[in-house]
Design a protein around this ligand. Structure first.
Ligand code: C2O
Ligand code: CU
Length: 483
């Protein structure tokens, strides 16, 4: 087997190299080409050993009986057909998060399709224009359905395989488990919804609490990180390793080292990193999430095999991902709109900024009632997962360049997700954002002001919402129309 490569290998050479490198059973090996763009996905109850082999099982809601659901691998630019069958006891839909697809395939009940009733199926058909790391999850009763395990990853393969030794996927999820192993009920707790959202007590990697992940000295890994949590924000550090960020939310960026060595992953975000395994054979290196002060934990450890390094000297060939066909917004002809995020608890227990703004009279009235929404965008609260009478807050003419100035006036973090488009992140708090970052989910710290821009080229009504599920459900959601 050849031990070095420049640029891309032929497909045959690549597959051979990949086959020689299988390290352990159970690792999702991505060295295999998608052999078809057709999937049948069944949503149903199942049982899963989330917390480890010697811990009690957990009743989950799952795609195809596993948590996370089966990996969907699609080929860029080729039509895909995904049949979703609902064997849950309630309505569901599937949203293909981050994929730019026709509006009718977007999976928002009421807005883009009727809900899939229990016992029924829906056929999703689209051609993914962009290669990259995406994911799928329900958009009906989202807080509970995602919180009980309905989530899976989508990899859209580059037309030419990218040269790495291994292509790994870590779908991370956060669960609130009781001692018995069951998922704690009490979804939609109003107090939580007005604060950080439902943060759990157990973080899984590909559906299981992970102690170690096997690696080999000298190998180059493309690691696709997906945060499938309801509310937990992560900041991952790889002890004595230097991950290089090569894509965010599926879209290639200029390769760069993450700020302060921490990979920040809000709920629903994806980050692809390249890791050159320069550690010592036989040693272990922690992967730590230290986002919340005083609550850091070890996600897993990179466990080096007792084997000689895969290559005699480190790779110096850069890792390059081909760009996706995203239209660049035209700065000279951009229309600008403000979207202000409001609400939530303040230190003193008051709802913030909801009463004194434009249209405040109505909001004050709503906030006064016990069941009122906790959050708003520009003074309006859309709640739930999607419904027929959602009026667009803004309408853009198709093909226009649009800039949104997102202002977080709250005391909480919000990963803001736009459906159907990818947004170029231009600036944060007045500072230009480097590395050419495109995102579909932009994480906003308290008081952040972030400017994004995109070409509104995908016709339809598209949701824009916070991906902390409790925040979405309790009002931090709006609809943008491309007409
Ligand atoms: Cu993954 Cu409307 O969201
Ligand atoms: Cu939020």
């Amino acid at each position: 087997m050849s031990t070095e490569f420049n640029g891309r290998m032929s497909r045959r050479g690549f597959l051979q190299a990949g086959a020689g490198l299988l390290l352990a059973a159970g690792l999702p090996s991505s060295q295999v080409r998608a052999d078809s763009n057709e999937y049948r996905i069944v949503a149903a109850q199942a049982r899963s050993r989330l917390a480890g082999p010697d811990r009690p099982e957990t009743g989950v809601w799952a795609y195809d009986g596993t948590v996370p659901g089966r990996l969907v691998r699609l080929r860029q630019g080729e039509p895909a057909r995904l049949v979703v069958e609902n064997r849950l006891d309630e309505d569901t839909t599937v949203h293909w998060h981050g994929i730019r697809l026709p509006n009718a395939m977007d999976g928002v009940p009421g807005l883009t399709q009727p809900p899939i009733r229990s016992g029924e199926s829906f056929v999703y058909e689209f051609t993914p224009p962009d290669a990259g790391t995406f994911w799928y999850h329900p958009h009906a009763n989202s807080l509970e359905q995602l919180g009980r395990g309905l989530a899976g990853a989508v990899i859209v393969e580059e037309r030419d395989l990218v040269a790495v030794d291994r292509d790994l996927l870590w779908l991370l999820a956060d669960w609130r488990l009781r001692e018995t192993g069951e998922i704690a009920s009490g979804f939609s707790n109003r107090m939580e919804a007005a604060m950080s959202g439902r943060i759990g007590n157990t973080v899984t990697l590909n559906g299981e609490v992970s102690e170690t992940e096997p690696v080999r000295a000298g190998e180059r890994v493309r690691l696709r990180l997906v945060n499938g949590s309801l509310a937990r924000i992560m900041a991952l550090r790889f002890e004595e390793h230097n991950p290089v960020v090569v894509a965010i939310d599926g879209q290639p960026c200029d390769p760069h080292e993450p700020e302060a060595g921490r990979i920040l992953l809000g709920p629903a975000m994806r980050v692809d990193v390249v890791l050159d395994m320069q550690g010592e054979a036989g040693r272990r290196y922690g992967v730590v999430d230290d986002f919340y002060d005083g609550l850091s934990y070890q996600l897993t450890e990179l466990a080096y095999e007792e084997a000689p390094p895969l290559r005699s000297h480190p790779l110096d060939a850069p890792f390059v991902l081909p760009r996706n066909p995203l239209p660049d917004p035209d700065p000279a002809a951009t229309e600008r709109h403000d979207l202000t995020l409001q609400g939530g608890m303040m230190g003193g227990g008051m709802m913030a900024g909801m009463g004194g703004m434009n249209g405040g009279g109505m909001m004050q009235g709503m906030m006064g009632t016990a069941g009122g929404p906790a959050w708003a965008i520009n003074g309006m609260s859309m709640t739930g997962d999607g419904h027929a009478d959602m009026k667009p807050a803004l309408t853009f003419q198709r093909g226009r360049s649009v800039a949104l100035i997102l202002r977080n006036q709250t005391a909480w973090w919000h990963p803001m997700h736009l459906h159907g488009h990818s947004m170029r992140v231009l600036s944060r708090n007045g500072e230009p954002v480097p590395h050419r970052q495109w995102q579909d989910t932009v994480l906003m710290a308290p008081k952040d002001v972030v400017e994004v821009a995109f070409v509104a080229d995908n016709p339809g009504d598209w949701m824009l919402h916070c991906h902390v599920m409790d925040h979405q459900m309790s009002g931090m959601m709006t609809v943008l129309r491309v007409a």
